[in-house]
Design a protein around this ligand. Structure first.
Ligand SMILES: NC(=O)c1ccc[n+]([C@@H]2O[C@H](COP(=O)([O-])OP(=O)(O)OC[C@H]3O[C@@H](n4cnc5c(N)ncnc54)[C@H](OP(=O)(O)O)[C@@H]3O)[C@@H](O)[C@H]2O)c1
Length: 427
């Protein structure tokens, strides 16, 4: 191995989309902190942050450098002078991408491919809610009568129906439009992951790259309709996009989806394709709920009360909410693979106890359970039975089979859609 190859291996590159606010920004802060403490001194972190504009990117990098300085100051208090060594281990750079604009996604992919640097982790964090407001009487009633459940599984959000992201050409033509929430949350990332997968291969001394998808506790099975993958006819486009994310990732290693995933991840001989992981942050107070300041603080208080009432799904702070995706980014690859191999592929959640002590736990997914195994019960999995969505049913042989069949179908549909749009963009 020559010198430059050796050097490259010591740089661990993580790309985070939507890094300028909420969970994206906190994920970057947490990556810096945990990388410096958990990885050997010989390794450095290259944090590649994407935003929608150059000004947001500049501002994000400035704030991340300020965070790094704080971390270094703390380290210096423990071991005087250590900050110089630590500072040289973090590099932050930026890129622009609008995930609703597939041309912009392809261009980012091309820029990074042309550069040819290895990518170890892609965190598909950016996302939108697509909500126009709340049904206030219903919200107040639900929260006052059923606080913990209503703050975890809200039924009072009002979503836009039929919102589209217009692509280039005749923007009013239906064949130049895609579901907005679907594209921001899933399809833009889907194209990006496909484009970047050649930079994320494993083989030789390199472990496969990790593609981490951010889902939600609200990824209800009933919100997704396979006949309307883009959720254009639904008023729950957000929940639909998150259920689609769950279906794609949890079935990504099954033999039944292999044909689609091989094409999607551009698998080639003797190279290991990147591995997809699924995470969700629990419920956190961020700007995704676009509320006036006073109401935002009311939401913050309501979320803390839900935690104090025993909800394990209320990290509230986005730094705590980032624990699952950062763990999936930095934990030894072999230990993650072994856990998913022995106990089944999981939706890894950020969770806290009543005092805000964080932990990463498996989350129940409709039709899949905690690891795709029939017969698992909620009991014993950290009191989750008490915090389960009320419509949730135990996994049966039939529901597990249905989940896999649906997974196979959405993989096929997504691959078809990717090919269609790649042809359009090339033309
Ligand atoms: N907050 C929660 O409780 C919660 C719970 C479950 C899951 N999540 C998930 O966590 C992720 C982050 O959400 P958040 O709560 O941190 O929300 P947020 O503070 O609103 O951050 C969303 C980020 O995504 C970016 N973004 C939105 N549309 C984009 C597009 N078309 N192209 C590129 N970037 C785009 C935003 O950029 P701009 O600033 O330019 O708009 C922003 O940086 C989302 O996937 C969300 O679904 C959040």
């Amino acid at each position: 191995m020559n010198g430059s190859e050796d050097e490259q291996q010591l740089v661990y590159t993580v790309l985070v989309t939507g890094a300028n606010s909420g969970l994206g920004f906190s994920t970057c802060c947490r990556l810096i902190d945990e990388f410096l403490h958990s990885r050997p001194q010989t390794q450095s972190l290259h944090l590649l942050v994407t935003t929608r504009s150059t000004s947001k990117n500049k501002d994000t990098q400035t704030r991340l450098h300020a965070h790094l300085q704080k971390t270094l100051l703390k380290a210096d208090k423990g071991t005087p002078g250590i900050s110089k060594v630590l500072a040289s281990r973090i590099k932050i750079s930026g890129e622009q991408v609008d995930l609703c604009n597939l041309r912009s996604v392809k261009e980012l992919g091309k820029r990074l491919l042309d550069r040819g640097d290895r990518l170890d982790v892609l965190i598909c964090n950016a996302g939108i809610g697509g909500w126009k407001g709340l049904n206030w009487p219903s919200a107040i009633w639900a929260i006052l009568t059923d606080w913990r459940h209503a703050c975890t599984y809200p039924t009072y959000k009002l979503g836009f129906v039929g919102a589209v992201a217009a692509q280039e050409g005749d923007e009013t033509a239906p064949d130049q439009q895609l579901g907005e929430v679907f594209t921001a949350n899933v399809f833009g990332h889907y194209i990006l992951a496909h484009e970047l997968s050649p930079l994320m291969k494993g083989g030789g001394s390199k472990e496969p790259g990790r593609i981490i998808w951010i889902s939600s506790i609200e990824a209800y099975a009933h919100a997704f309709d396979a006949e309307d993958v883009q959720a254009l006819k639904s008023d729950a486009a957000y929940e639909s996009s998150k259920r689609l994310t769950d279906l794609l990732v949890l079935t990504s290693e099954l033999p039944s989806t292999k044909m689609s995933t091989t094409a999607f991840l551009q698998e080639a001989d003797k190279q290991q394709k990147p591995k997809m992981f699924l995470a969700h942050p629990g419920v956190c107070a961020t700007s995704i709920a676009d509320l006036p300041l006073v109401l935002w603080y009311a939401m913050l208080l309501a979320q803390y009360i839900a935690r104090w009432l025993g909800s394990p799904w209320h990290p509230v702070s986005s730094y705590l909410g980032a624990v699952s995706s950062v763990w999936l980014s930095l934990a030894p690859f072999s230990s993650l693979s072994t856990q998913e191999l022995t106990e089944g592929k999981a939706k890894w959640a950020s969770s806290t106890d009543v005092f805000g002590n964080e932990r990463v736990v498996r989350t129940e997914v409709g039709g899949w359970g905690w690891g795709g195994k029939v017969g698992e019960k909620a009991d014993g999995k950290m009191r989750l039975s008490a915090n389960r969505w009320r419509g949730q049913e135990d996994v049966t042989k039939e529901s597990r089979e249905e989940f896999e069949v649906l997974g196979q179908r959405v993989w096929r549909d997504m691959e078809k859609l990717r090919e269609t749009w790649e042809d359009k963009l090339e033309a």
